[in-house]
Design a protein around this ligand. Structure first.
Ligand code: ADP
Length: 482
């Protein structure tokens, strides 16, 4: 029997992406198809989504959804089923999915994502003329109210679908005031400590966690970490109370988009057997970033420029990295202060530090294919995708030992080197000293070319494609919706 899943999120590749969430949502349908699970993705009808939707058919009309006229439009994108919530008052705007062109969050985000969630609950629970789904799978706070609507205000009396919420990043919780509650269309009993109430306000992610049959997060280590206040960020109590429902399922990478043997973005394609070809990519990258050529390692960084990603700590150690013989190429978007810091570092170290600000998918591929080592000093990292791309591309990941980074990179310590299983470098704690030591260790490994190549080959052998994780989600759905 084919199981049907409605996967609801605020972003998905290739249409709207601000981070790893979009990669995962975009990959799920393909990852689940071999397991007889049909995943339909539902996202807000941003202009880019509506433009891309092929054979769009209106399947439901709301004269007023959270105060805005709206319709559900079903079609396909890149051959995969996709349903958009077309509500121009809510989603047809310039700027990003959450913020306006100036970078400030929209002040009606509570309404925009309550509307998405209400519509998802209607769709999954059989409240439209579309066939109901076996499972509603909500991603992050933007879809958090969907399970809560199914729990407290289902569209009909028929058996409700199973409910799953995935936490892609606990730092984003969708916290709003208590004043919005009466406008959500939930019954009074939903305003409870095991409902949507969260420290006196309204908590969207919290509501989803409380209303779900299963809670997943994107790595086993992060699943454990979020029971601690430093990572749970207020929701650790909810996680602890529902430990038996919490699962850590690693994200995978899309091997059709991220494969160094076929990647059209790379000047030279290569495999573990033809690693020598990587040098062509490295030289091209040096030219692109205006860097000198020498025998030292080229460190690369592809990231959001935020505190979470430890970019402030990296800034402190840039001078050491250069002084010790490394070079740095950074691609990042985000915090203006961090951006200014890296601009200054590049000015201080012409030819040795190169920076690009903004979002550039093609360049991110070239950096993975040409860099020697990818630096990821994250303070927390639910899963992390860039280290998985780095592993696949022989760009040795140098990572903080946290969350999915801890789970996917094998530190080149003495035992791992002796067993020939090392795939990267890990360090504990994010700050000047741990980073300095990690950079020194990386430089020392890089000075031993044969050893370095072994680490690269080990990493390229790792299989972090979706096969294993797809099966884990399929097993979970089967348990919840037998
Ligand atoms: P997060 O979701 O916390 O940002 P992940 O490592 O899980 O971190 O996913 C980040 C995704 O976004 C990866 O696919 C990465 O390649 C991409 N990415 C991040 N910053 C940039 C950028 N400035 N340009 C291009 N791609 C980027």
């Amino acid at each position: 029997m084919t199981r049907s899943v409605l996967s609801v999120a605020s972003e998905t590749v290739p249409l709207v992406k601000t981070g790893g969430l979009a990669d995962v949502v975009g990959a799920l349908p393909g990852a689940l198809a071999p397991h007889d699970v049909a995943v339909t993705t539902m996202v807000p009808g941003y202009p880019a989504v509506l433009r891309a939707l092929v054979d769009g058919m209106v399947i439901h009309v709301y004269p007023s959804l959270m105060g805005a006229p709206a319709r559900l439009v079903a079609g396909t994108v890149a051959g995969l089923p996709l349903i958009a919530l077309d509500a121009p008052d809510l989603f047809s705007r310039d700027g990003g999915p959450y913020a306006g062109p100036q970078g400030y969050d929209w002040d009606d985000n509570w309404r925009r994502f309550a509307a998405l969630s209400r519509a998802a609950a209607d769709l999954a629970g059989g409240g439209t003329r579309y066939p109901p789904f076996d499972v509603l799978h909500a991603h992050d706070w933007q879809a958090g109210l969907a399970p809560a609507y199914l729990r407290f205000a289902p569209p009909r009396r028929a058996p409700a679908p199973a409910r799953v919420t995935t936490i892609h990043n606990m730092a984003f919780q969708g916290r709003f005031g208590a004043d919005i509650f009466p406008q959500l269309g939930l019954p009074d009993r939903a305003w409870a400590i095991d409902g949507v109430e969260y420290y006196g306000g309204t908590g969207y992610l919290k509501a989803g966690l409380e209303a779900s049959d299963a809670i997943t997060t994107v790595s086993p280590s992060y699943a454990a970490e979020i029971t601690d206040p430093r990572f749970g960020m207020g929701l650790e109590g909810v996680i602890l109370a529902h430990q038996d429902r919490v699962h850590g399922i690693l994200n995978g990478i899309d091997g059709t988009l991220w494969n160094p043997e076929t990647d059209a973005h790379l000047p030279a394609r290569f495999s573990a057997r033809t690693l020598a070809r990587r040098i062509e990519n490295k030289r091209a990258l040096e030219t692109e970033f205006g860097l000198v050529t020498d025998h030292g390692p080229l460190f690369v960084v592809v990231t959001r420029l935020t505190w979470q990603k430890g970019m402030d700590a990296l800034l402190e150690v840039v001078d050491h990295l250069v002084g010790a013989g490394g070079r740095l190429a950074l691609l990042g978007a985000g915090d203006a202060g961090i951006e200014a810091g890296f601009r200054a570092a590049a000015a201080r170290h012409p030819g040795r530090v190169g920076v690009r600000f903004g979002y550039d998918e093609a360049l991110s591929h070239r950096m993975q294919g040409g860099g020697d080592a990818l630096l990821i000093p994250s303070r927390f990292e639910p899963c992390g995708l860039t280290q998985l791309y780095a592993l696949a591309y022989g760009c040795v990941p140098v990572v903080a030992r946290t969350g999915g980074l801890a789970d996917t990179v094998i530190d080149a310590n003495v035992a791992a080197l002796a067993a020939d299983v090392a795939t990267g470098v890990q360090f504990d704690g994010v700050g000047y000293h741990p980073l300095r030591i990690a950079i020194n260790r990386t430089l020392a490994l890089h000075r031993q070319p044969e050893l370095w190549r072994r680490i690269q080959r080990n990493s390229m052998k790792c299989d972090f494609t979706w096969a294993r994780s797809g099966r884990a989600y399929a097993d979970l759905y089967a348990k919840l919706a037998p």
